[in-house]
Design a binder for this molecule. Sequence first.
Ligand code: ATP
Length: 243
Amino acid sequence: MSALLSVSDAHVSYGKVEAVRSVSLEVADDEIVTIIGANGAGKTTLLNAIMGVLPLKGATAFAGADMTLLDIEDRVAAGLCLVPEHRELFGTMNVEDNLQLGAFRIPKESAARSFERVYTLFPRLKERRKQLAGTLSGGEQQMLAMGRALMGAPKLLMLDEPSLGLAPIIVADIFRTIGELRAAGVSVLLVEQNAQAALKIADRAYVMELGEFILSGSAKDIASNQRVAASYLGFQHEGASGI
Ligand code: ATP
């Protein structure tokens, strides 16, 4: 497995409070990796630190290069992109203009291709391209946030709680599209409280509790783990394995 992203022994603190402790993870090319865990486990903090929004103590490498000293701009230029939990769209701008913002660092010729790719993944965005972002449904706003990130042709898309506040039918739609990204050559690091949906599309998973990874493995093995089933999937598996 060639690691696209590799994080080793990461620590992230807010003042004296350590929110992420001794975390190591890898995401390979064309892989979907999920981090599941309860509210406050440290998932958002970890993604923000990988993106460079928060200082991280430890080693991080991306696409073969040391990221430790890179600022956010350089990380984006290298192909790393984060879709934050609150989506951060420009509500008074239409869909197309929001997407255009995601293409600001790529050449004009590539932007046309990016629009095409995003509209193929999210036909709904094409239908609504002249609609103001602030008037879209929650699911459409999540599609737009992901579409805007994809406009810059990232190698790794980090998604923070894409299912947040969405109806189950929309979640299924969003997750189907996340599954399609792998085929489009984009790796995904997916942070989710909806463990069931995340484990269905992921190749591998990490389980985070109180700032630490307590378990990792193939998504299939994690989904059949007794403790995960009881704590995160809301049921006991018959014949599920313990930790
Ligand atoms: P959620 O799903 O609620 O976002 P999470 O797993 O992403 O949960 P984080 O938001 O990363 O968890 O929070 C991890 C810990 O860090 C929590 O104890 C939280 O209270 C704390 N924390 C988060 N942001 C800050 C901040 N800006 N200042 C101080 N502590 C913070």
